[in-house]
Ligand binder design. Sequence first.
Ligand SMILES: [Cu+2]
Length: 139
Amino acid sequence: MIVMVALAIAIFAGAPRGFADETAKLAPMATDAPQPGVQKFTVVAVQIGTTKFWLPSTIIVHQGEKVILTLKNDIPGAEDRHGFSLPAYNINEVIERGQPKTVTFVATREGVFPYLCQLHAAHVGGQLIVEPKMQDESR
Ligand SMILES: [Cu+2]
């Protein structure tokens, strides 16, 4: 009887430790943590129905942040090149299907700036919104 009680206590005492180990395994990995002051987006040219779009159609960053855009052209068809132009930041790229490009710039100018496909007028673009610098510099 004493052995049974001792065994029960030992099993009970072991349980919380086992649970803690499981919790540790579920903790998120810190390897892909966002870098402060850096904003990364993937912007994709897609076709919905007969209309071509750059999506997302709105990108929001803060003034002074480094912006990294990965540009992908996923539009099928004979035309395998689409443009990505952000005139306010002097960005003019041609993106071939299957060959993504990365552009990097610092959002120095505050405001709302359109982006578009410089090769096709009907290809719907979007806007980069650069908000004023955050007052709290501790982030
Ligand atoms: Cu286009």
